[in-house]
Each structure stands twice: as C-alpha cells, then as structure tokens.
Design a protein around this ligand. Structure first.
Ligand code: ATP
Ligand code: MG
Length: 414
C-alpha cells in the first residue's frame, strides 16, 4: 500500500475525548475513528489488524474441528422471553421494532439464537458432539462505554458454542478449548501477559474461566499465582483464596483486561428450548452446552495498550497491519526510484509493505509516522544510503538501526 493512496490520516493532536492510551494511539494513527460513545469506524490500517486477530482465532478453531457460521444480528424478542433474559439483560439490550410492531433485539450474545438453531439439526445422540462459532459484532448498551476499544457498545466477538450428550464429553471439550485459547493468545502476541483466571460460574458450574491480560488499564483485579501462571478473579477470592492448581497462598493482585471467557452452561439454555436427544437406549436426555467467547476488538485495544512507547504503537508481528514500513527520504529522484523498486520487489516476494512515497513531507514527519503506526520493520532509502548501496533497517522495538546491503534486504526480512 502506498501511503499517498491510503485512506485515513495520521494526526499529531490527541482527540479531546480519548480517555485511554489505546484510544489516543489508534485514533492518532488513523486506525479507528470514533462514531459516538463506544462505537467505532475501522479505517484500512485498523481493519487489517482486526482481521488478522480474527483470522488467527478462526484458524485455531477450524483446526480444532469447530464449524464457522454466521447468525443474524437482529432477533425476535420471543427467544429472550423464553430464556428469561428479556428481563435479566434488559439494561444492556438495544431494542427496535420491525414491520407490524414485531419486537426485535440486537443480540448482545447468541445463546438464544444458536440453541434453537442447532436443535433443528440434531436428532439423535449420533449427531453430537458438535461445535459452531461465529465472528460478529455484538451490541450491548454498556452503562460505562469507555477506554477506546476496551469497552464498546458495538464490538467484535468470537462466540463458540458446543453441544454434548454427557458431562464427561463437555468437560473434556472444555479442557481442550483452554489449550486452544492458550495457543490463540500466544499467536496474538499476548501469551506472556495473559493468564487463565477462575471466575464466578453460574447455576451449572462452580467456576467459569476468564483469560485475563495483565495491564494497569484493566477493570478487573486478579490474584496471580506466579508459579502456575493461573489466577483467581477478585470476585471469587473469598471462596477461592489459594491457587487452584498448587494451593499457593501467596497470590499477587494485578490489574487485568478480560480478553476471553469460557463457560460450562450445562442445560441452562437447552432446557429453555426443550432441546433433548434420544440416547442409545432410546431414552430422551438433555443436551449439555458450553460457550466460549473472545473479544477481537477488545484485543486490538489491549495490544495498543500494552505494546507502545512514547512515540507510538509496537505491533506484534502476527497482527501488524504490514510487516515493513518503507520510507523514501530526500527529494532526489534516485532515492524515490530505488524505493519504488524495493516496494515492487517486496510485494513480489509476498512481504506486506506500507510504502511512504509522499513527496513534500519532511523526513521528521515520515519517521514520526512510522513510529506512531508501529510496523515491526522500518526500511529507509535515502541518497546517503544509496551512495553505499545499503538501506537503513530498524526493528520498531530496537533503539539503533543497522545498515543492510540492498541485495540482502529480502533475505533479512524472510
Ligand atoms: P465484561 O465483564 O468486561 O463486561 P463480559 O464478561 O460481559 O465482559 P462476555 O459476555 O464474557 O463479556 O463476552 C466475551 C468476550 O467479549 C469478553 O471476554 C471480552 O473479550 C469481549 N467483550 C465483552 N464485552 C465487551 C465490550 N463491551 N467491548 C469489547 N469487548 C467486549
Ligand atoms: Mg466475561
């Protein structure tokens, strides 16, 4: 992508209503643009990051045998009346009316939709287990929409639902998902900061498990066992005040952002819809269910929140919008020509590159933009580097650049 053709501009000024590092940096970088409280536009650079996060999640779930579907954002209120959540979720539900006064809800989560949907396709124990997921925008009228992408009123969620004929089968799938989640956070670059956390459960299970990324911006307090890298959410610390894995009593309080949450739901929703199957003996048994959420847009905000310095964002490689930020410096034709050539070469090699080809923009401004936008590698071509047949090469996280022969650049990047 050529900078000169890119939609979305960087800005030196911090938006007045930006209340957090992620809101400031992502808006200044032209990744996102606020629509209204808790609702954002994703501009090209931001959409690339969000899509990469979603695709990492997608790849890992597909590899685990889950089926991707897409459910509607709008649903008739009746489904929520059936489960009792028309009232329980009343405060956060966005409601609207269709033709003829049909009452509709913008889904804040999809148990009410997925349960009857799967029910229509499952007839006997032989059709189970099955797992479906979607990546879609959710709508919650949060009382305190804040902190940029961390708490939105419209936000991206991956929600997976699994259906089983026995508690053992559900439990073993749930444990498998814990491992899949660890892998996902590793690939997102959050592995070292993210810990599985015991949290309050529900009617059907004692605990749920949250995935919490340690950050001062977090709204949650977790108590961490540093040895096991497992934590207990403050909300259950009275009940569970030792490490659930090793019994360690010396748990360390940390602020953290909830980036995922998995639940054993049991028959909580399937019973509302009379979702049963016949077992091998021809007996009707209840279908048991688990649900597994991750927030891709909150993860994007979290990454900007935890990986930055005073100059801008430092994206982990797997989610960076582009791998290389190529800059042509100086007004001389030759540097621009050489940079054009490198740009074409990188594209041919399949290396994602953002090329700052702007003329009439100062070197200082271009360098500041590269730091703000945070691609992993910065490559500079200037009359000075050309003289020596090299390019200046710097990792975003490094302090000092190095110089690489033009002919060796591709090899270095690969
Ligand atoms: P919270 O306690 O932060 O309000 P939650 O427990 O209600 O979140 P879940 O219903 O478990 O959230 O949703 C699954 C995931 O979706 C969360 O782990 C989080 O990553 C993401 N998420 C939830 N609410 C929001 C929001 N308002 N904005 C952005 N992401 C969200
Ligand atoms: Mg949660």
């Amino acid at each position: 992508m050529k900078f000169s053709q890119m939609f979305g501009k960087t800005s030196k000024t911090v938006p007045a209503d930006a209340d957090s590092t992620n809101a400031k940096l992502l808006t200044r970088g032209g990744f996102i643009m606020k629509q209204t409280s808790g609702i954002y536009n994703y501009l090209p650079l931001g959409l690339r990051v969000l899509t990469k996060i979603q695709n990492i999640i997608r790849q890992e779930l597909d590899a685990a045998g889950a089926n991707e579907i897409l459910m509607p954002a709008l649903t008739q209120e009746d489904n929520y009346i059936k489960t009792g959540r028309n009232e329980a979720l009343n405060d956060i539900l966005f409601r609207t009316e269709g033709q003829g006064g049909t009452k509709l809800v913008l889904n804040p989560t999809h148990e009410e939709i997925v349960t009857p949907l799967v029910q229509k396709h499952v007839f006997s124990y032989q059709d189970l287990p099955v797992a479906v997921y979607q990546i879609q925008n959710k709508f919650r009228n949060e009382p305190r929409a804040k902190s940029g992408l961390l708490r939105g009123r419209e936000f991206s969620m991956k929600d997976l639902y699994s259906f089983h004929t026995s508690q053992e089968d559900l439990d073993s799938y749930y444990e498998k998902m814990q491992k899949v989640y660890d892998k996902i956070y590793d690939r997102l670059g959050l592995g070292d900061l993210t810990v599985m956390t015991y949290a309050s459960g529900g009617t059907f299970c004692k605990y749920s498990h949250e995935f919490q990324t340690i950050s001062e911006m977090g709204e949650d307090t977790i108590y961490l066992c540093e040895k096991c890298r497992i934590a207990v959410n403050e909300e259950i610390i009275k009940e569970q005040h030792t490490c659930p894995a090793c019994g360690n009593k010396n748990l360390i309080p940390k602020k953290a952002i909830e980036v995922g949450n998995i639940f054993i739901l049991g028959a909580k929703f399937t019973s509302s819809f009379d979702f049963t199957v016949t077992d091998e003996a021809g007996k009707e048994i209840p279908v048991l269910m688990g649900c597994y959420g991750i927030g891709p847009s909150r993860i994007m905000g979290t990454l900007a929140e935890v990986y930055n310095d005073e100059r801008g964002i430092i994206w982990p490689k797997n989610v960076a919008p582009y791998q290389v930020h190529l800059i042509a410096l100086g007004k001389e034709e030759q540097a621009a020509k050489e940079a054009d050539k490198i740009y074409e070469q990188l594209i041919k090699e399949g290396i994602e590159v953002l090329y700052d080809d702007r003329i009439n923009v100062s070197a200082g401004e271009k360098l500041a933009d590269a730091d703000l936008l945070g691609m992993p590698y910065r490559v500079i071509v200037s009359p000075k580097t050309l003289e020596k047949k090299v390019v200046e090469f710097k990792e975003r996280s490094a302090t000092e650049p190095k110089f690489i022969a033009l002919s060796k650049l591709i090899k270095e990047l690969k």
